[in-house]
Design a protein. Structure first.
Length: 142
């Protein structure tokens, strides 16, 4: 009986860590096309997702580490970047594949360039009004 309980707890523990680690280098494989966005009257890059990327990433729970970028501290709107703010996508020093939107389950308070690990569900975007990837139901990994 005791052995059965130990084995059951062992397997339950594995279920809690089912998320996969996503690397920024994997995101470098995303191809982009430039399109003219009437709303902003500018050219923007839109991701062209492959069937493999959609199958492997879209809707999957992932874990990724990066630099917090504070977009709106009042409304707790954040992005996660592969690079610190001084060389991130918003400053023109990196591509759009190096940043993702974060939608936290609960409000969190982050500071720019804080290194964090987050877990959430990947949502692959194709709208020019969004970043290529949104991490939904995000939680800070402690």
């Amino acid at each position: 009986m005791r052995t059965g309980l130990t084995i059951a707890l062992f397997f339950i523990g594995f279920c809690g860590v089912a998320q996969e680690r996503l690397s920024w280098s994997a995101l470098e494989q995303i191809d982009f096309t430039e399109v003219y966005d009437e709303g902003t009257a500018s050219w923007v890059q839109v991701p062209q997702w492959t069937p493999e990327q959609r199958a492997n990433w879209d809707g999957k729970e992932m874990k990724i580490t990066g630099y917090a970028i504070v977009l709106d501290p009042v409304d707790h709107i954040y992005a996660l970047s592969a690079f610190p703010f001084s060389s991130c996508f918003f400053c023109g020093a990196a591509g759009p594949e190096s940043v993702m939107e974060l939608e936290f389950e609960r409000p969190v308070k982050l500071i720019t360039d804080q290194v964090i690990t987050v877990i959430g569900t990947l949502d692959l975007n194709s709208s020019p009004e969004q970043l290529p990837i949104t991490l939904l139901r995000a939680k800070l990994k402690e």
